[in-house]
Design a binder for this molecule. Structure first.
Ligand SMILES: *Cc1c(COP(=O)(O)O)cnc(C)c1O
Length: 411
């Protein structure tokens, strides 16, 4: 009989979003008249910007004419998109990234998981806690961990707790680690790292010859002009960091699928005998062997997000979600609830009032306010006692959600 990859069996059964789904489905079945508002899963809700839709249509029409039809494109992405990204996302911010260091893909979720293939299995991996669950689970699947304890912490991973005391920015560890996941603006806490904080990480990575896996999926939500948008704005980061970017949250592409990963050519890893090997070549090999490129129309749609019109429309979209985040933040602060994030990110990280656990608070909010959020403990042991609310919803629903929250939680 075929043997399975038993590392998969280490994954915790009641994974966060299915468990939320189960509880919400049961509540709705028992209370069919309840009008439940979901501020839970991080998915965008508003329509694609018209400039993007127009570019997508136009490219589809090109595919329908023999003379402009395209089959397989370059696996790494078309030059028109890679060049635009290099100019608009990096050169314009003083970050030294070349077009051929950018790999276009169909999502950052896959990229952050797949990147593990080019690293050996004996690396020590550091993860902030709470964290985007994909980083943890893909390490478990890859066999880099032992079993999970009752709190859900896997043996072999280095967890760096983030909390109100460190402003939800992980401090550099006192021990040696080889791979470090950083995500800013952060999901789930909605917080950002300053230039000084990122500089400390780059210095740590340079000293320890570690690699930072920097997830900047929410980069477009940064409103504070002093906050770096890319890790490559920090001097020396080209030698120590891989960056993940996605059009999902920035341009509403969660259902369209386009993202990219930056692997600088100056970034190296070592073999067991100490030979230094550029990671760019390894990732290029992995990407071109196992991936056949993002569809041409979708890459044209992504390119349109950078046109003058596209930029204006994308900024409007982001401003809309950020205004939602502000309504949530201010509405909760008004009744004395402690909140974090929501200024440079579409997430508000809420301290659960009183002594309730994250799941107790989840159940109460669902039962009494018909509101769905995400229990902080689902993102890691250190998320216990917190709750994530997402700004991805209609204005009407956000306003109604805040009113209900105030009524149920306010005194
Ligand atoms: C949504 C999200 C992504 C984007 O994933 P895609 O696969 O590109 O849709 C990446 N990282 C984090 C932390 C996210 O929340």
């Amino acid at each position: 009989m075929a043997r399975i990859n038993e590392d998969y069996r280490k994954l915790k059964a009641g994974y966060l979003f299915p468990e939320i789904g189960r509880r919400v489905t049961k509540f709705c079945a028992d209370n069919p008249q309840a009008k439940v508002i979901r501020l839970g899963i991080g998915d965008v809700t508003e329509a694609l910007p018209p400039a993007i839709v127009a570019a997508w249509h136009k490219a589809v029409d090109e595919m329908g004419v023999r003379s402009s039809f395209r089959g397989y494109g370059p696996e790494q992405g078309y030059d028109f998109l890679r060049n635009t990204i290099a100019a608009k996302d990096f050169a314009s911010r003083g970050a030294p990234i070349e077009a051929d260091e950018i790999f276009i893909s169909d999502g950052s979720k896959c990229d952050t998981g797949n990147i593990l293939e080019i690293f050996g299995n004996d690396n020590k991996v550091a993860i902030a806690d709470p964290v985007y669950p994909v980083y943890v689970d893909t390490n478990v699947m890859a066999g880099r961990t032992g079993a999970a304890d009752e709190q859900g912490r896997y043996a072999g991973l280095v967890y760096i707790p983030t909390n109100a005391e460190n402003q939800f920015v992980p401090p550099v560890p006192t021990e040696h680690v080889d791979l470090i996941y950083l995500c800013f603006p952060n999901n789930p806490t909605g917080t950002v790292a300053t230039r000084e904080q990122l500089t400390k990480w780059v210095e740590y990575a340079r000293a320890h010859k570690s690699v930072i896996l920097f997830d900047a999926a929410y980069e477009a939500f940064i409103t504070d002009p002093s906050i770096p948008h890319s890790i490559y704005e920090i001097p020396g980061a080209r030698e120590v960091a891989i960056e993940f970017r996605s059009f999902s949250k920035t341009a509403g592409f969660t259902g369209v699928r386009c993202a990219y990963t930056v692997v600088p050519k100056s970034l190296v890893g070592s073999t067991s005998t100490g030979e230094q090997v550029p990671l760019h070549g390894l990732w290029n090999r992995r990407h071109t062997t196992k991936f056949n490129g993002v569809s041409y129309p979708v890459q044209r749609a992504a390119e349109a997000a950078y046109s003058e019109e596209g930029q204006r429309q994308v900024r409007e979209l982001i401003a809309f979600y950020l205004a939602n985040a502000r309504l949530i933040r201010e509405g909760l602060e008004k009744i004395g609830v402690q909140v974090f994030g929501g200024v440079n990110a579409p997430y508000v990280w809420v301290k659960t009032p009183g002594r309730e656990t994250s799941w107790e608070f989840f159940d109460r909010l669902l039962r009494e306010a018909h509101l769905v959020g995400t229990p902080g403990s689902g993102f890691g042991a250190s998320g216990e006692g917190y709750f994530r609310l997402s700004a991805f919803n209609s204005r009407e629903n956000v306003e109604e959600a805040v009113r209900r929250f105030q009524k149920v939680v306010g005194h």
